[in-house]
Design a binder for this molecule. Structure first.
Ligand SMILES: [Zn+2]
Length: 160
């Protein structure tokens, strides 16, 4: 395999009242949260898929099936840590990651710094190598109607 490889990931979750909202490993005050088998961290799930994609190792559902009780309600930071372990097992390390979260509400800007710190810490890389961006969809589509949220991730990995 090449010295450098890229990967991209995408994830969606429905939103429902009364569930906890966890994004980028950070618990965020919100009247609604993601419907999921795990903690529903859409940003981490997209990031894991990007990392697995970079080494053509399938996707998050293959490694951490939502049919398994082991992953019920699991903290997605554990899934990210394990995913980085899979990457290292193939001889690769994370160079940088860029994540975009699309969500109509609440405002995510105040939480971006903490998300970057948290994700960098779990992946064992510098905060300057982790970008998290948030956008609304201007009230358009399922995100704009508040029915769900989505995240996109792109990563670069390098042979260690
Ligand atoms: Zn997910």
């Amino acid at each position: 395999m090449a010295n450098f490889r890229i990967g991209n990931g995408y994830d969606v979750h429905a939103l429902a009242q009364g569930l906890p909202l966890v994004l980028g490993g950070v618990r965020i005050e919100s009247p609604f949260g993601c419907v999921a088998h795990s903690d529903g961290d859409v940003a981490i799930h997209a990031l894991c898929d990007a990392l697995l994609g970079a080494i053509a190792a399938g996707d998050i559902g293959k490694h951490f099936p939502d049919s398994s009780p082991e992953f019920k309600g699991i903290d997605s930071k554990i899934l990210l840590s394990r995913t980085v372990g899979i990457l290292r097992g193939k001889g690769y390390g994370v160079v940088n990651a860029d994540i975009t979260i699309a969500m109509q509400a609440p405002k995510l800007a105040p939480h971006i710094g903490k998300m970057r710190e948290t994700l960098a810490s779990v992946m064992g890389i510098g905060v300057e190598d982790v970008s998290v961006k948030a956008t609304t969809t201007e009230h358009l589509g399922f995100v704009g109607r508040g029915e769900g949220c989505e995240a996109y991730a792109v990563v670069l990995v390098a042979r260690e």
